[in-house]
Write a protein that binds this ligand. Sequence first.
Ligand code: GUN
Length: 314
Amino acid sequence: MSTATPETGASGAGREAPARTRAGGALLLDGKAVAAKVRAEVARRAAEFATRHGRAPGLAVLQVGQDPASSVYVRNKRKSSLEAGIVSFAHDLPPTTGEQEILALIGALNRDERVDGILVQLPLPKGVDADRVMDSVDPDKDVDGFHPLNTGLLAQKRPRLRPCTPFGVIRLAQEYGIALTGRNATVVGASNIVGRPMALELLLARATVTVCHTGTRDLRAEVERAEVLVAAVGKAGFIPGEWIRPGAAVFDVGINRTAAGTLVGDVEFEAAAARAGWITPVPGGLGPMTIAMLLSNAVDAANLRAERGKSVTR
Ligand code: GUN
């Protein structure tokens, strides 16, 4: 089992700022470095849990089908779990698996005492009702933070298990001392996975939040006002760099593969970096942060369940 390095320190107060690297005029937000710090904290907390409870936290990762991008993410999630001292339960189901079979497996994982977190990799095959499947995960094991109960708690300013990518944006901002309170924060994209919970996280941080989507009339004007910009559209270079407000903090959630095979974000990186105050690279920004926050959620879920003294009977 891996253990935390002493330099990582405790979570919370007294965070040391990460190394400062510039791209254009902007400071690069090094998601890889901060994720390594979070994973080291998780490893320490997982080891503490194991000492206290006689077993390591457990994370089940379920994939249906073989979507190539999903397979890469799932492999990374499982590998990172093991490295952090979290037991990984792998469930790879054929693409023809029916909804009832998926629901039955989730029911079994909900009842399994060794499993603290359940992640169902999206997208699910056509014909499977993804909402029905995601809603069937025990909210106390919902390490994705996608269950309506967890979304509702976040909306009501009492977060429990928080969606990993938005939580990763908040953690990166904290690590680099980027103030969110009172800032004009604009989220581009309104998906259930990123855009919507991102808006709730920014609201929790007391930013003034705008959410842009396909119904937005003047996207450029909204982006130009943003002191904090989160791009979560899934289209390469969707936001021109010249739209970025000088000095803005830019968090690019997009991971898009170009025809040439390289990975790029939703924001035109070079031109944006020339104007921004801070910017996340792609890759090496929110990708590694998302996995790190997932692992953190898995240990949170384990502690949450242990505190409830729960013998799961559902
Ligand atoms: N597919 C793409 N991103 C995610 C994620 O954050 N969680 C899950 N479960 N599936 C995804």
